[in-house]
Design a protein around this ligand. Structure first.
Ligand code: CP
Length: 328
């Protein structure tokens, strides 16, 4: 399978077979890392990481992944480049492509990463836009594979604002891989109708289903994977917290939700998570609304079923794979 010089912008652009191959290689890279086997396959190459939003996991995975592969890395943070202020996306793409072998972008509209890719002669990787978070999906499915012999036919339920990048991308990757996807949220936070239709068609080709429900019990029952994300995403106006807490409190992942899921069900979260008050925002929310836990309770987050730290680690192995296959 040849991935050379391809962009990685959204999983809709990749076939089921290609996604499975990326996952296969990710497991291989994880094993090599654990065994201390050197894999400096891309010595002499350089990548640039363009972040218009903050990040811990994605940035670190790209940096460590690139260094493990023997590459040089430049990080450009939200105030670290001319892009958007004094320089167009088109010009930024053309300039960076003259110096680097690959460009990672995290920011706002999907259109931006698509435009970067259009004008860049080197691969562009989407490190999160408002619409999609494709690198996260590979880590999520890799974590599922580590916990279940077969992922096809499993039920993954996403609790929360399903219109965002994680909800959208989970629906896409589940449809592609034959996983039954359930979105569990109030109607107004259901994903975009057009994307739902696209995913339903893909899912039916792969023998799975896409279900949208407002009923938390229906969402949790028989699930193999319970997934949630923060109630207010990066870039959203903080004034939305009050509304979102009212909308999503009935969809909090707690011990009742986990007890309705299958016995061997796992809990996943892309992170960061508000499961206690040990963060600035967590404290502010507690002071304003009196709640100590939001999208997931601390009990579930810290439970045996929670695989969130494996999932976070798997960002490294999957992102390394994407850089490797597109640059080798
Ligand atoms: N899940 C995720 O993308 O984490 P970061 O925002 O820390 O990169």
């Amino acid at each position: 399978m040849d991935f050379s010089n391809r962009d990685f912008l959204k999983l809709l652009d990749y076939s089921k077979e290609e996604i499975l191959e990326l996952l296969r290689l990710s497991h291989k890279f994880k094993k090599m890392k654990k065994e201390g086997q050197s894999h400096r396959y891309l010595v002499g190459k350089n990548v640039v990481l363009l972040f218009e939003k903050d990040s811990t996991r994605t940035r670190c995975a790209f940096e460590v992944g690139a260094k493990d592969l023997g590459m040089g890395v430049t990080y450009l943070g939200p105030t670290g480049s001319q892009m958007g202020k004094k320089e167009s996306i088109k010009d930024t793409a053309r300039v960076l492509a003259r110096m680097y072998d690959g460009i990672e972008y995290r920011g706002f509209d999907q259109e931006v990463v698509e435009e970067l890719a259009k004008y860049s002669s080197v691969p562009v990787w989407n490190g999160l836009t408002n619409e999609f978070h494709p690198t996260q999906m590979l880590a999520d499915i890799m974590t599922m594979q580590e916990n279940f012999d077969e992922i096809k036919g499993r039920k993954l339920t996403f609790f929360g604002d399903a219109r965002n990048n994680v909800g959208n991308s989970l629906m896409v990757v589940c449809a592609k891989l034959g996983i039954n996807f359930t979105c569990c949220a109030p109607k107004e936070l259901f994903p975009n109708k057009e994307l739902v239709e696209t995913c339903k068609n893909i899912a039916s080709e792969n023998g799975s289903t896409i279900t949208l429900t407002e009923d938390a019990t229906e969402g949790a029952k028989g699930a193999d994977v319970i997934y949630t994300d923060v109630w207010v995403s990066m870039g959203e106006d903080p004034s939305i917290w009050e509304t979102r807490i009212k909308q999503l409190s009935p969809y909090q992942v707690n011990s009742k939700v986990m007890s309705l899921a299958n016995k061997d069900a796992i809990f996943l979260h892309c992170l960061p998570s508000f499961h206690d008050t040990n963060t600035k925002i967590g404290k502010e929310i507690y002071d304003r609304f009196g709640i100590k836990e939001m999208e997931v309770t601390d009990e579930v987050f810290e439970s045996k079923a929670s695989k969130v730290m494996d999932e976070a680690e798997n960002r490294l192995h999957t992102i390394k794979t994407i850089m490797y296959v597109t640059l080798k």
